[in-house]
Ligand binder design. Structure first.
Ligand code: ADP
Length: 374
């Protein structure tokens, strides 16, 4: 392989970790983001400022690269389709982004290939507030939602009255026993690697993942079923690149696909330390035309998202020295200079011999480290 130029669309936490993984390869990395102080910007002197909706700017940025990777579904689809047409390798496949970025199209695709997903109907923006029931019902904006912001569980008619009037799907409520994520990477030749399922535990207050347990505490038969569903989806839906699939397992043990992300995912941060090849490296290998790496697991882990308090202003890491004295924990901070309520500021990876011990350490981190405004 010759030295290559790699462009990363998005310099947030995922862009930062992609950049770090890319720097171990013979590449020059450029980062594109609307915010010049984004997490990844400090890692490259080739930073381009631009909006994710700017067709011309993304095209110009991408045409200067051998390969382009994106970290967000909000990126201009037409621009990356055009880049691919012009011979730039774009990962994950823009064709898959075209239906993944619309929750109605995504669910219809899943149904068309026989993948179980919660029942749903399309509701246009003007129809949202006249929805009559049944309740509870989950409203999901078709486009533009991120980190729970486009998802609302309506429990009664009254809450529908103040619902956001945007084109949505209304999905039946699943009685969730466990939320699980599975990350899969697939190459142009059809080679496929699947990481162990990860258990995601939510923080209801922040509507974000609180912590993850990797691998998920599941019976072997359930893990197998998740692998089969993942492989079927990857093959029937023409996955090309790295994808995260979020599943619900309900109280009766039924499995439903919640949603797909065509990019590295928060639920795969741990793979940097627990696997021979991280999720980030897989995407870089694919973009550079290199073979996928092994997903052999080196250890178990608990990953804790480090969210800021409900505060706004310049970031202050209170108790950091004390948190750093907790053994067997690796911290990654995303370098965000300002906090907003419940912003993802970093993560802690707890590498302990037993899960019990790791969960104890998690509580210790929560007590010692407070990320707030100065
Ligand atoms: P986002 O794209 O913001 O991650 P999700 O579709 O993952 O949104 O939904 C966020 C959370 O809302 C889920 O992790 C889950 O806890 C809850 N949720 C979503 N859909 C349903 C559903 N059909 N039934 C019950 N809870 C749901």
């Amino acid at each position: 392989m010759q030295h290559q130029k790699l462009g990363i669309l998005g310099g947030g936490q995922l862009g930062l970790l992609l950049t770090q993984a890319a720097m171990r390869f013979p590449v020059s990395v450029s980062v594109y983001d609307p915010d010049p102080s984004c997490s990844a910007a400090g890692f490259t002197d080739r930073f381009v400022r631009g909006d994710f909706s700017d067709f011309e700017k993304i095209l110009a940025f991408g045409l200067d690269q051998d390969a382009v990777i994106f970290e967000t579904e909000q990126v201009c689809l037409d621009a990356i389709l055009e880049l691919e047409k012009k011979g730039v390798r774009v990962y994950s496949s823009p064709q898959t982004l075209s239906w993944i970025s619309d929750k109605a199209l995504q669910k219809e695709k899943l149904v068309s290939v026989g993948i179980p997903t919660a029942d749903f109907v399309r509701i246009s923006g003007s129809e949202v507030r006249s929805y009559e029931g049944p309740f509870p019902i989950v409203q999901k904006w078709r486009r533009g939602g991120y980190d729970g912001s486009g998802v609302c569980i309506h429990t009664e008619k009254k809450s529908i009255q103040s619902a956001k009037s945007v084109d949505s799907i209304f999905e039946s409520c699943v009685d969730i026993a466990m939320e699980v994520s599975v990350i899969v990477a697939r190459s142009r030749d059809g080679d496929l690697v699947i990481y162990d399922p990860v258990e995601m535990v939510f923080d209801a207050r922040a509507n974000l993942v609180d912590y993850l347990i990797a691998p998920a505490r599941l019976e072997t038969a359930v893990t197998q079923e998740l692998y089969v569903l993942t492989k079927t989806m990857a093959e029937k839906l023409d996955f090309l690149g790295l994808y995260a699939i979020e599943f619900f397992i309900d109280q009766k043990g039924h499995i439903y696909v919640n949603e797909i992300s065509p990019r590295p995912h928060n639920s795969g941060h741990h793979t940097i330390s627990t696997h021979i090849t991280s999720q980030y490296e897989q995407q870089i290998r694919l973009a550079l035309g290199l073979p996928l790496g092994s997903v052999d697991r080196l250890s178990e882990a608990v990953m804790v998202n480090l969210l800021s308090e409900e505060a706004q202003g310049q970031t202050d890491y209170k108790g950091l020295a004390s948190a750093l004295s907790i053994p067997n924990v690796q911290y990654t901070f995303y370098g965000k200079k300002e906090v907003r309520p419940f912003r993802k500021m970093g993560h802690a990876l707890i590498l302990e011999k037993t899960l019990e011990k790791a969960l104890e350490r998690k509580e210790d981190i929560r007590t010692k480290l407070i990320i707030t405004a100065q």
